[in-house]
Design a protein. Structure first.
Length: 373
C-alpha cells in the first residue's frame, strides 16, 4: 500500500455567483482542504450576498482582480455560458486547477481556443457534466467497462424538459442563434451516452429540428432529433425536447436511455416519475424559482435536492470529488476539457445537419458551424 499523500490546501476562486456558483461555494466552504474563498460577480449586491452566505474572504466585481490574488490555487468558472472564455483563459495563464461549468464556450472556434490553452499549459481542468456522479450512471458505466453487454451496437436517449429553462436561456441572450436545446441541455444526455460509448469514434451526424413553439417569440428551437454513426457502425439515436408545457411535472430533466450490446441489453428510466408531488400550495421550479407549479417529479432538478438547508446529490458529490482531486491528486470520473469540446462539436454538428437538412461528416470545423442552407 502506497503512503498517503499530504493534502494540499486550496485557495478557491469562484467566478460567477449565480445559482451554481452559490451551490458550489456553499459546498466548498464545508470542505476541510479549502482554506480561502474568493468571489467575483459582476452584480455587486449579488456578490456581496453570496460572499456573506458562504463566509468568503474576498469579493470583487472583477474576476481578474480575484485571479491575481496569491491565495488562489484553483477556480470554479460559473458565469453565464457565453461568458466562460475570458475567465478560463485568465485562470489558465496562472495554471490554476479548474472546474468549468459546461460548455467551454458557446462557439466552436472559441472552444478550440480554450482547449488549446488548457492542453498547452498542462492545466488540470474538468467540466461540469454533473450527472456522471449519480450512482445509477456510475453503476451503468461499470457494467459497460466490465463487458457485461459485450460490444455495444446501439444507444438511444430521450430527454424531455418543460419550457421554463428554454425561456430563461433565450431571455438571457441577445444571440438566440447560439442557444439551442441540443447545445444547452441535450449535451447532458449526449455526454452520458458518449461516456458509455467510450472508445468509439463518431463519424457522421444527421438531425432535424422543430421551432413552432419557441420560434415565433424567441427565435428559438423547440426540439431536435438525430442519429450519430460511429466508425464501427454503432448507432446513437437521440432526441431532446425543451418546449413541453410549463405544467409538465419534470422540474427540469426527464431522461430515458437504452443500451443494446452483442451480449445483453440495459435500460435506464431516469424520468423521476417514482416520486410525484401534487399540492394546492404552489412550489418553486428548479432553475427558475420565480416560477411556481402544483405538480412535480421530485429528483428531476439535476444538481440534486435541497434538504435541511443544503444541497444533497450529484453536484455535491461532483464538487467534493473535484476538491479532493485538487488536494490529493485522486483520479475522478469528471469530464475532461477534450471531452467537453467534443460534446460541443457534436451538438453543433446536429444543429448544422438540422439547418442544412442533410447528414454532416464529423468532426465539423468552426467554419462549418456558420454554414447556412
Amino acid at each position: 500500500m502506497s503512503p498517503r499523500r499530504p493534502a494540499k490546501p486550496i485557495g478557491l476562486a469562484i467566478i460567477g455567483a449565480g445559482r451554481i456558483g452559490l451551490i458550489r461555494g456553499e459546498i466548498a466552504a464545508r470542505h476541510p482542504n479549502v482554506g480561502w474563498l474568493g468571489i467575483a460577480e459582476t452584480k455587486a449586491e449579488r456578490g456581496k450576498e453570496v460572499a456573506e452566505r458562504i463566509g468568503a474572504d474576498f469579493v470583487t466585481t472583477d474576476f481578474r482582480e480575484l485571479l491575481r490574488r496569491t491565495e488562489v490555487t484553483a477556480a470554479v468558472i460559473a458565469t453565464d455560458e457565453h461568458l466562460h472564455v475570458a475567465p478560463i483563459l485568465a485562470a489558465v495563464e496562472r495554471k490554476l486547477s479548474l472546474m468549468i461549468e459546461k460548455p467551454l464556450a458557446t462557439e466552436l472556434g472559441e472552444s478550440e481556443r480554450v482547449l488549446r490553452a488548457i492542453q498547452s499549459t498542462g492545466v488540470d481542468a474538468v467540466v461540469g457534466y454533473t450527472q456522471r456522479f449519480r450512482r445509477r450512471w456510475l453503476a451503468v458505466k461499470e457494467k459497460l467497462r466490465s463487458g457485461a453487454l459485450g460490444d455495444v451496437t446501439l444507444v438511444t436517449s430521450r430527454a424531455f424538459m418543460n419550457r421554463l429553462v428554454a425561456i430563461d436561456n433565450y431571455k438571457r441572450t441577445d444571440k438566440p442563434e447560439t442557444i439551442s436545446p441540443m447545445v444547452i441541455s441535450g449535451t447532458h444526455a449526449l455526454d452520458m451516452a458518449m461516456w458509455l460509448l467510450e472508445g468509439k469514434t463518431p463519424v457522421e451526424a444527421y438531425a432535424r429540428s422543430v421551432d413552432r413553439v419557441l420560434g415565433p417569440t424567441y427565435k428559438g428551437i423547440d426540439l431536435t432529433a438525430g442519429l450519430i454513426t460511429m466508425a464501427d457502425g454503432t448507432l446513437y439515436h437521440l432526441n431532446i425536447a425543451w418546449s413541453l408545457p410549463t405544467v409538465w411535472p419534470g422540474s427540469v430533466y426527464s431522461l430515458e436511455i437504452g443500451i443494446v450490446g452483442s451480449e445483453g441489453v440495459l435500460t435506464i428510466d431516469d424520468t423521476h416519475r417514482d416520486i410525484v408531488l401534487a399540492t394546492t400550495k404552489p412550489q418553486a421550479a428548479g432553475y427558475t424559482p420565480e416560477s411556481t407549479r402544483h405538480v412535480d417529479f421530485l429528483g428531476s432538478y439535476p444538481p440534486g435536492d435541497i434538504a435541511f438547508g443544503e444541497l444533497w446529490g450529484p453536484m455535491r458529490e461532483e464538487t467534493n470529488s473535484w476538491l479532493s482531486r485538487v488536494a490529493l491528486g485522486h483520479a475522478t470520473p469528471h469530464a475532461t476539457a477534450a471531452e467537453a469540446h467534443e460534446r460541443l462539436m457534436l451538438t453543433k454538428a446536429l444543429d448544422l445537419s438540422a439547418r442544412l437538412r442533410q447528414p454532416v461528416k464529423l468532426p465539423i470545423t468552426p467554419e462549418d458551424e456558420q454554414k447556412k442552407p
